[in-house]
Design a protein around this ligand. Structure first.
Ligand SMILES: C[S@@+](CC[C@H](N)C(=O)[O-])C[C@H]1O[C@@H](n2cnc3c(N)ncnc32)[C@H](O)[C@@H]1O
Length: 208
């Protein structure tokens, strides 16, 4: 397997020794600026009920549990290695019942409709085979007036990177806005941040 294909596989689903020891810590370091953007746009209050989809190494989850400490936080990731890594890392919050972590796919979220006041997902949409179904499922688990924050790097930033040739689906901002609206979201707005050669966009979408 080529290095770029291996990297793409690990980014899409960190697993094994490489996933645990290299990829998950590297994601936490590299994605600090975009996780900060997501946290800022979530505007969390202490009693919010928050879901993160595709939490990887858990850097954003750590900040979310600190903010929503009187509410409830859930995370889903379809990598069992990411789930076990974060269960160990955040065991205090799992034991206290503040945090629940599940190995699940974004298209089959193990929650009742209207459970969350906030949902976020960072650098994950490239790996979703059916983004319309995924956004529909996120819309289902959000409560009325709930907020979804989706962070990603646009196609023009990503397409020069060799690893994106292997199974990534790349988007421009407008394509994702249209997909969000077709899944039922309203009032979609955008903010962005840059760090060195990276550029990320946050889309904020409400459930009417
Ligand atoms: C590139 S990593 C990003 C991790 C973290 N959000 C960050 O920004 O550092 C993508 C994560 O999304 C997860 N993921 C990808 N597709 C998924 C899906 N369909 N359902 C749930 N998790 C998914 C992967 O297992 C991986 O942990």
């Amino acid at each position: 397997m080529s290095i770029s294909r291996f990297l793409a596989t690990q980014l899409g689903k960190p697993s094994g020794i490489f996933g645990r020891l290299v990829m998950l810590p590297a994601l936490n370091r590299h994605n600090l600026p975009v996780n900060a953007l997501a946290l800022m746009q979530l505007h969390l209050g202490s009693t919010d009920r928050v879901l993160e989809v595709g939490f990887g190494g858990g850097a954003l989850l750590c900040q979310v549990v600190a903010s929503a400490h009187q509410g409830h936080v859930a995370g889903v990731d379809y990598s069992i290695d990411a789930v076990e890594h974060c269960r160990r890392k955040l065991s205090r919050h799992v034991s206290s019942g503040l945090l629940e972590l599940h190995c699940a796919d974004v298209c089959q979220l193990p929650f009742s409709s209207g459970t969350f006041s906030r949902v976020c997902s960072v650098n994950t949409v490239y790996f979703w085979p059916d983004p319309h179904a995924a956004f529909g499922e996120i819309h289902r688990v959000l409560q009325k007036d709930g907020l979804f924050v989706l962070c990603f790097s646009p196609r023009k930033e990503m397409q020069s990177r060799q690893f994106t040739l292997h199974g990534f689906r790349l988007y421009e901002q407008q394509e994702l806005i249209e997909l969000l609206i077709s899944a039922g979201f309203r009032d979609v707005s955008a903010e962005s941040t840059s760090h060195k050669s990276d550029h990320w966009v946050a889309l904020m979408a409400s459930k009417a």
